[in-house]
Design a protein around this ligand. Structure first.
Ligand code: TGC
Ligand code: FAD
Length: 385
């Protein structure tokens, strides 16, 4: 019999290993994340104490072969992100940034020395990374970045500022994208580098269980050995975004599931006008529509994962999935919040927390409009940015 969280029996098409990974991470989220996350959100605190446990489970750089990483497939990576975001987008963000935006560029564009130096420690969660592309003057068009790196003998001097950077203040190493006389290049800027500073952006109403920071680079001297030698042009940072957006397409499903579950339980017991709300036609239509949209999103994510594992995924397919699944999750969070009535506005219920988080998730890694325009360009051949 179909059940709401897996109406099309997607789990049956997963391998035993894929199911096992989902179960292990899912149990951990139930036991370790859900009991504390509302407090973390309220107190604007990222639960650092969970990082060693996440590392122990192999959640950092999980698709990487070697360097102490688990060498999982992309569907497993997606399932991990789904379970983490069922807990909170901030927990998934931490894992996304570490894995897709920091370990991926070091693996793909780094030298052998950089890989040996950073990846094993990042897999263990001993070194935390952040990814610095967005600038104060506008994130959607990274091609207009102003942060500049100028060659000076065997070093580079970096000047500029980055904005809205996840993990900025807690990172030991920043993957910084800067424009040079030869186009965009990537640099590994270490925390103690003179002229490098970071401060948290406060008073956020979204992703409160996550650090979001501003970074400043004032005459930062970085050795050539810290430049990612294989990264050349905007294509390099955009390729990292493809990895992270893939994870978000899966993660959004988890956030939606958490919201649906809470609302469905509530309407089953809340009795008004002589019967539980779940007996009312209008409520059933809303639940059915939520499950329709969640199921579509799950199928999209799984097919995307299978394409990625087959080496056939195109980044415009990732844009469509990121757009669709974030929109789906945000709409479901709002619906769930409404079905919970007044109680739904308190932190006791998860939909409002997910809803507020998803306002960031639909904005970062490319806004909804940017992904619509990416797909539009693919369909017509004309860029309308
Ligand atoms: P465009 O001409 O389209 O592309 C330049 C070169 O890059 C290639 N390319 C991609 N490659 C891989 N993956 C992608 N997604 C790619 N998109 C483009 C492209 O083929 C081209 O290659 P080549 O060899 O011809 O040079 O560049 P454009 O300047 O026209 O920009 C296009 C646009 C608007 C889609 C792009 O700028 C964009 O994606 N903007 C959105 C920026 C964004 O998403 N920023 C995210 C910052 S990181 C973040 O938010 C982290 S949150 C993490 C968390 O907490 O979870
Ligand atoms: P803008 O680019 O100024 O866009 C403003 C509005 O204009 C949006 O609605 C957009 O859709 C619209 N718009 C833009 N261009 C067009 C167009 N051509 N046509 C029509 N409409 C358009 N960045 C990082 O580099 N690293 C991180 O770790 C990171 N973490 C983040 C964490 C959080 C919590 C948040 C909120 C953001 C984070 N970001 C990060 C930044 C994020 O990627 C940017 O916020 C995002 O790319 C949008 O940029 P912007 O906020 O400057 O908005």
């Amino acid at each position: 019999m179909p059940e709401a969280m897996d109406f099309y029996a997607i789990r049956d098409s997963l391998s035993d290993d894929e199911r096992q990974i989902q179960d292990v991470v899912g149990r951990w989220v139930d036991e370790r994340v859900l009991p504390i996350i509302a407090d973390c959100f309220e107190q604007e605190r990222f639960p650092m104490e969970l990082v060693p446990e996440m590392a122990e489970m192999g959640l950092f750089g999980p698709t990487i072969e070697g360097y102490g990483c688990a060498g999982l497939n992309s569907v497993m990576y997606g399932l991990i992100m789904q379970e983490l975001e069922r807990g909170d987008s901030g927990i998934r963000s931490f894992a996304s940034v570490q894995s897709s935006l920091c370990m991926f560029p070091i693996l793909t564009y780094g030298s052998d020395e950089q890989k040996e130096r950073w990846l094993p420690k990042m897999a263990k969660g001993e070194v935390i990374g952040c990814f610095c592309l967005t600038e104060p003057d506008g994130g959607s068009d990274p091609g207009q970045m102003k942060t500049k790196a100028v060659r000076d003998g065997s070093d580079w001097i970096i000047n500029g500022a980055k904005m809205w950077i996840t993990n900025g203040t807690i990172a030991h190493v920043a993957v910084v994208w800067a424009v040079t006389d030869d186009g965009v290049m990537g640099f590994l800027v270490e925390k103690d580098t003179k002229g490098y500073s970071a401060r948290d952006i406060e008073h956020k109403f979204s992703l409160r269980a996550s650090h979001t920071s501003e970074l400043f680079f004032q005459d930062c001297r970085v050795p050539e050995a810290n430049r990612l030698p294989k990264a050349s042009g905007l294509r390099a940072p955009l390729s990292c975004l493809t990895q992270a957006r893939f994870g978000i397409a899966w993660g959004a499903v988890g956030a939606a599931q958490a919201c649906y579950a809470e609302a469905a339980e509530f309407v089953g017991v809340r009795a008004l006008f002589g019967s539980p709300l779940s007996h009312k036609q209008a409520v059933q239509i809303r639940l059915a529509d939520m499950v329709r949209r969640m199921t579509n999103a799950q199928l999209l994510a799984l097919q995307l994962g299978r394409l990625k594992d087959a080496g056939k995924m195109h980044h415009t397919q990732v844009s469509l999935a990121k757009w669709n699944n974030c929109r789906m999750a945000l709409d479901i969070a709002r619906e769930a919040r409404d079905l919970l009535g007044a109680g739904g506005i308190t932190i006791e219920c998860c939909p409002i927390r997910h809803m507020l988080n998803l306002e960031s998730v639909i904005t970062y890694e490319g806004t909804e409009t940017i992904h619509q325009l990416v797909v539009g360009r693919e369909l017509t051949g004309h860029a309308a940015f």
